[in-house]
Design a binder for this molecule. Structure first.
Ligand SMILES: *Cc1c(COP(=O)(O)O)cnc(C)c1O
Length: 466
């Protein structure tokens, strides 16, 4: 087939790479990246011409502009900062708890070089990884020993595998939780090699149900905090104290998965009934499990704390090696826990608590300011500040409702979904929630120092969307 003159007119790759704008682009991204995007675009042009030879000829400049746009989009990291205007403070999709400045500084210090991860600098001998955080954990919540793993799901699998593999683990039917889709208690138990022995019913479990289920195959009694739902009405569950006393009669351990890992009583912020690790240990739980990146406000990890002999068994299980945390997590966790040693500083220095404790009047003022900054833009039909409510967590703690202020945006000239999509594509991205055909931006989860940036990006997008 003879080559059409149009195809022949497409400039050669080498020639295009000499274009001053592409030379500049190569300095930023390197020749491989730019050449790859250029070739992809030229392929597209050739295919378009083959399909429709009547297409008007393109110019080198037009090609170069396309390539600059392609590289800009293609090289934007898919993991990038997000301004969280969803209102959900513990959003698993957005990485849960933001870290404290102290934790970020500790990561900087430890990450860029070598660190005493498993070396005791006093003696020069090999030490345990957990040493970096163990005494801090014990001081804050009690218990005799602790272990830290990749997350609380890992902590649960590990505790069950180490303490109850091939044995029966008794759990109430009212506590067989599913958290965020992939964590389902029955599946976690199966993966650990423990045999789940369900007792009671969905709404009512009595101490007698546990007592009757105990036999010589029993390995442990497990209590799971129903983090993301409540059973109300005609319901009954067994208290931890009762479980502990029953388990004690049979020499069995009680494993208490409290989920969020509150180290602090959140009642003053309207978060009433989250279990505290310290209270579980006081009530006699042998092992308490919780997440590092939920209410604790630290890095993703799972913390196990309790009886020294059991922690030793857990820490020497082969799965421990597969689930262990790295120096970055250890550094961030240690720095976060240190903040809790001064209870007066917690609300100010743990970012999650700073957001949670922001007074409604301040959120109202910020919402009104933001709405005012958008007024009159071509792409805006309305921006209304409104009293609103949100939840602490999406999948993790959605039962905890929080009051907030938000700005409800109705765009002119594009749909709400299109606006939401444009905001997600920026750097930083902005995420809100679409509700009743408006884009709702919730001030509860936006840091005050991000307000100007948020307004700036919105102004830019809303002045062109019309
Ligand atoms: C969140 C949660 C988990 C899972 O913790 P991750 O840290 O997300 O692995 C397990 N159990 C309960 C009760 C939870 O709330």
């Amino acid at each position: 087939m003879p080559m059409s003159s149009e195809l022949r007119n497409i400039p050669a790759v080498n020639e295009l790479l000499q274009h001053p704008l592409l030379v500049e682009l190569i300095q930023l991204h390197g020749p491989q990246v730019v050449t790859r995007h250029l070739r992809q675009h030229l392929d597209l042009l050739r295919n378009q011409l083959l399909a429709d030879p009547e297409q008007p000829a393109t110019t080198s400049d037009a090609i170069v502009i396309e390539v600059i746009e392609r590289v800009g989009k293609g090289e934007l990291p898919s993991l990038r900062p997000v301004i969280n205007a969803t209102g959900i403070l513990l959003h698993t999709g957005l990485g849960r708890a933001p870290l404290a400045t102290e934790a970020c500084e500790a990561i900087q210090q430890i990450a860029r070089g070598y660190a005493s991860v498993e070396v005791d600098l006093e003696s020069g001998k090999r030490s345990q990884r957990v040493t970096a955080v163990e005494s801090l954990i014990l001081r804050l919540v009690g218990g005799e020993a602790a272990a830290v793993v990749n997350n609380n799901a890992g902590a649960t699998v590990l505790a069950l595998a180490a303490l109850a593999a091939n044995r029966e683990v008794i759990v109430s039917r009212g506590q067989l939780v599913e958290i965020g889709g992939s964590f389902r208690m029955p599946d976690v138990m199966a993966a650990s090699g423990a045999i789940m022995r369900e007792v009671g019913t969905t709404n009512k479990t009595h101490l007698e149900d546990y007592r009757r289920a105990i036999n010589d195959q029993t390995g442990a009694l497990v209590r799971v905090h129903t983090s993301n739902y409540r059973i109300e009405g005609f319901s009954q569950s067994v208290s931890l104290e009762q479980l502990v006393s029953l388990a004690g009669e049979h020499g069995l351990p009680v494993i208490d998965d409290i989920g969020s890992g509150a180290l602090y009583d959140y009642a003053e912020f309207g978060i009433g009934d989250e279990p505290l690790a310290a209270r579980s240990l006081e009530a006699g739980a042998d092992i308490v499990l919780f997440s590092g990146d939920k209410l604790l406000g630290g890095p993703q990890c799972g913390i196990l704390v309790g009886r020294a002999d059991l922690i030793k068994t857990i820490s020497s299980h082969p799965l421990m090696r597969a689930l262990r945390v790295d120096k970055i997590t250890l550094a961030a966790l240690a720095a976060t826990l240190r903040i809790y040693q001064d209870p007066a500083a917690v609300a100010e220095r743990i970012p999650l608590l700073r957001l949670l404790s922001a007074p409604l009047a301040v959120l109202q003022e910020r919402a009104e300011t933001l709405a005012g900054q958008l007024e009159g833009l071509d792409g805006l039909e309305a921006a209304e500040p409104q009293l609103d409510s949100t939840f602490l967590g999406g999948g993790s703690v959605p039962t905890q409702k929080i009051e907030t202020w938000s700005v409800a945006i109705s765009p002119a000239g594009c749909s709400v979904d299109e606006l939401a999509s444009l905001l997600r594509k920026g750097n930083p991205a902005i995420m809100g929630r679409v509700h009743q055909d408006r884009l709702v931006l919730d001030m509860r989860s936006v840091f005050p120092e991000q307000d100007e940036l948020l307004a700036g990006i919105l102004r830019q997008i809303l002045s062109t969307a019309g």
